[in-house]
Design a protein around this ligand. Structure first.
Ligand code: XMP
Length: 564
C-alpha cells in the first residue's frame, strides 16, 4: 500500500510548520475548515499533508444504477471525481490522492456470500468517507455494526428529521427535508463510535457518522427526488473534504495541453471529425497542443443534411484553423447502400466503408503514431463498472470513435474523464463557436437510418428538404437547445391526398422531437400545436412528393430515438 501511514505524515509535519510542497494546500486553510467543523480536538490525525492540490473524490462503485449520477453531482461542485470498481487495489486508488471517498449504492446485501466489499483499509486513511445506501451498509458491516433485512422495504420519498443540526454535513439545510429512499436492508446497530444524525419514520438510523468523518446515508442524495441533495454533496466536498472547487474548464485546458504534449511529443496524430461536439473539441484541444502535427479528416458519406458538409468545413478551416483533409466519398457509400433495406445491414455497411475510406486516406500521410478519439466519461464507465450492462445489441452504433483496430495506433483521448456538459464548457473556454458546441447529436450513419427502406439520392433529397424545415422552425421557435434532438424521418409509407383539384399519392414524413439528458431514456417533446402546424404546412407545400406529416409521440423506451 502506498498511502502514507499516519505516523509518516506526522513525522513530515513536525519538520515544517507550513506545508510547502506544491501538491498540498496550506495549513491555515485546513485549520479554518476544522474550526468550522468545531471538531479540531477530536481529529488530530487528519493532517494537511493528505490533502493534495488536485482535488479528487473517489467514488467506489458497487453496481448502483445511480453511480454515474453521484459523479455528476460531484462535478457540479467543480470537484474532480473518478468512479472505480469496488475491487480496485488500494495502491491504485491512493495514486489518485483522494480527498474523500464515496461508497455508492448497489443491488447486493452485505450478508450475501459474494457481497462486493472494498478494502477495509480505506477507513484507515484519515480521509472522509460517505456511504450511500448499500455503501452505508458496507461501512456498518465492515466496522462492526449490524445490518438486517428490513421488514418493510422503504421505497420513495420520506421526510428526514435531522437531529444533529450542527453537523457540517447539514450546513444550510432545513431541519426536516424530503429524501429519496430505495432499500430493503437497513442498519439496526451502528458500529462503535457512530451516532445517528438523522431519522425517517421507517429508518431510525437514516444518517450516521463518527468523529473521523465517516458518514452513512440510507437515502440517495444524488437523485433529483432528494431536492437538497446538491447541498449535501457540497457540504461533504467543501466542508468535510476541504475541497475548494477548482475543477474548471480553464484549468482542465491547461492541464490537458501539457499532458497531450508529453504523451505525443513530435509524433503525428490523426483524427476523424464528424461535425459533432466531441470530435471537434478533441481536435481543437490537440491542435492547441501540437499544431499541425494533427491531421483531421472529414469524410462526407453523402448522408449528411442540407449544406452540412460546407458549414462544417468552413467552421473547422476558417474558425478553428485545423489542418483538415476533406474527402467526398458520397458515391462510394451510396453504392454500398444500393438495394439494402435492413437497418442493421445499413449500419454495418456504413461502418465498414467508413473505415475503408479512413484507412486509405490515413495511409497517404505516411508514418502516424496516434489516433485521437472523442471518448467521453460515460463510455469509459460503461466498460469499467462492476456490472457491465447492455448485454443485448439494440443497434450497432457507428461513430467516428469506432475506428480500425488493425492500424496499431496508440490512442489520445483527452476527454475521457469529462461529461458532455463539461465538454461544452471546455469548448467555450477554447473559444469555439456556440453553434457548434450546442449542435444536437447527429448519428454517424446519418440520414440513412432516417430513411426507412432503401436509401436513394431521390429520397435523400426529399428528407433533406423536410429536415431543413423542421430545423428552421424549431430554431425560430427558440426550442433548439431545449430539445435533445429534433428531425424528420422519411417513412416508406405512401398515402393518398388532395392538392387543389388533384389527387396526390406521396410519402409520409414523421417528425421526431425528444427531450433527454443522455439519450439512454427520452421523452417525446410536447411541441406547441402552432409550431407543428407550421412545420406540416411548409413540408407539404415546399417539399415535392410529400403529402402527409405525422408526429411521433413515443418515448424511449419502448421506442428508440432514431427509427432504425
Ligand atoms: P437510439 O436511436 O439508440 O439513439 O435511441 C441514441 C442516441 O444515439 C444516436 N445514435 C448514434 N450516434 N452513431 C452515433 O454516433 C450511431 O450509429 C448512432 N445511432 C444512434 C442517436 O441520434 C441518439 O442521440
Amino acid at each position: 500500500m502506498t498511502m502514507p501511514s499516519i505516523n509518516d505524515k506526522q513525522k513530515t509535519i513536525s519538520h515544517s510548520h507550513r506545508v510547502s510542497t506544491s501538491d498540498d494546500i496550506e495549513v491555515s486553510t485546513y485549520l479554518e475548515i476544522a474550526k468550522g467543523l468545531k471538531i479540531e480536538q477530536t481529529l488530530p490525525e487528519i493532517k494537511p499533508l493528505s490533502l493534495a492540490k488536485r482535488e479528487t473524490i473517489i467514488i467506489i462503485d458497487f453496481g448502483s444504477q445511480y453511480t454515474m449520477l453521484i459523479a455528476r453531482r460531484i462535478r457540479e461542485c467543480h470537484v474532480y471525481c473518478e468512479i472505480v470498481p469496488y475491487n480496485t487495489p488500494l495502491e491504485k486508488i491512493a495514486s489518485l490522492k483522494p480527498r474523500g471517498f464515496i461508497l455508492s449504492g448497489g443491488p447486493s446485501s452485505v450478508y450475501a456470500s459474494n457481497a462486493p466489499l472494498p478494502s477495509e483499509n480505506i477507513y484507515e486513511q484519515h480521509i472522509p468517507v460517505m456511504g450511500i445506501c448499500y455503501g452505508m451498509q458496507v461501512i456498518t458491516h465492515q466496522l462492526g455494526g449490524q445490518v438486517l433485512p428490513g421488514e418493510l422495504n422503504e421505497y420513495g420519498q420520506s421526510m428526514l428529521d435531522i437531529s444533529d443540526t450542527t453537523n457540517p454535513l447539514f450546513t444550510g439545510l432545513p431541519n426536516t427535508l424530503p429524501v429519496w429512499m430505495s432499500h430493503g436492508d437497513h442498519v439496526i446497530d451502528m458500529p462503535p463510535g457512530f451516532k445517528a444524525l438523522a431519522q425517517t419514520e421507517n429508518s431510525p438510523i437514516a444518517v450516521m457518522g463518527n468523529n473521523k468523518h465517516i458518514y452513512g446515508l440510507q437515502f440517495h442524495p444524488e437523485v433529483a427526488h432528494t431536492p437538497h441533495g446538491k447541498e449535501i454533496f457540497e457540504n461533504f466536498v467543501y466542508k468535510i473534504c476541504a475541497c475548494k472547487g477548482n475543477w474548471t474548464p480553464a484549468r482542465f485546458k491547461t492541464e490537458s495541453i501539457a499532458k497531450i504534449k508529453k504523451q505525443v511529443g513530435n509524433e503525428k496524430v490523426i483524427c476523424a471529425l464528424s461535425g459533432g461536439v466531441d470530435s471537434a473539441v478533441t481536435a481543437t484541444l490537440i491542435h492547441l497542443a501540437i499544431g499541425d502535427n494533427l491531421t483531421c479528416f472529414f469524410i462526407n458519406n453523402g448522408l449528411l443534411r442540407r449544406e452540412e458538409a460546407e458549414r462544417i468545413l468552413d467552421t473547422f478551416k476558417r474558425n478553428l484553423k485545423l489542418n483538415i483533409v476533406y474527402v467526398d466519398a458520397s458515391e462510394r457509400f451510396l453504392q454500398q447502400l444500393s438495394g439494402v433495406t435492413d437497418p442493421e445491414t445499413k449500419r454495418k455497411l456504413i461502418g465498414v466503408e467508413f473505415i475503408n475510406v479512413f484507412e486509405e486516406e490515413a495511409t497517404k500521410l505516411g508514418q502516424i503514431a496516434f489516433l485521437a478519439q472523442g471518448t467521453l466519461y460515460p463510455d469509459v464507465i460503461e466498460s469499467t463498472t462492476v456490472e457491465t450492462k447492455a448485454a443485448v445489441t439494440i443497434k450497432s452504433h457507428h461513430n467516428v470513435g469506432g475506428l480500425p483496430s488493425n492500424m496499431r495506433l496508440r490512442l489520445v483521448e483527452p476527454l475521457r474523464y469529462l461529461f458532455k456538459d463539461e465538454v461544452r464548457e471546455l469548448g467555450l473556454a477554447l473559444g469555439m463557436p456556440e453553434d457548434l458546441l450546442w449542435r444536437q447529436p447527429f448519428p454517424g450513419p446519418g440520414l440513412a437510418i432516417r430513411i426507412i427502406g432503401e436509401v436513394t439520392k431521390e429520397k435523400l433529397e426529399i428528407l433533406r428538404g423536410a429536415d431543413w424545415i423542421v430545423m428552421d422552425e424549431i430554431k425560430k421557435a427558440k426550442l433548439y437547445r431545449q430539445l435533445w434532438q429534433s428531425f424528420a424521418v422519411l417513412t416508406d409509407v405512401k398515402s393518398v391526398g388532395v392538392m387543389g383539384d388533384y389527387r396526390t399519392y406521396g410519402y409520409l414524413i414523421a417528425i421526431r422531437a425528444v427531450k433527454s439528458n443522455d439519450a439512454m431514456t427520452a421523452d417525446w417533446a410536447r411541441l406547441p400545436y402552432d409550431l407543428m402546424a407550421r412545420i406540416s404546412d411548409r413540408i407539404v407545400n415546399e417539399v415535392p412528393n410529400i403529402n402527409r406529416v405525422v408526429y411521433d409521440i413515443t418515448s424511449k423506451p419502448p421506442a428508440t430515438i432514431e427509427w432504425e
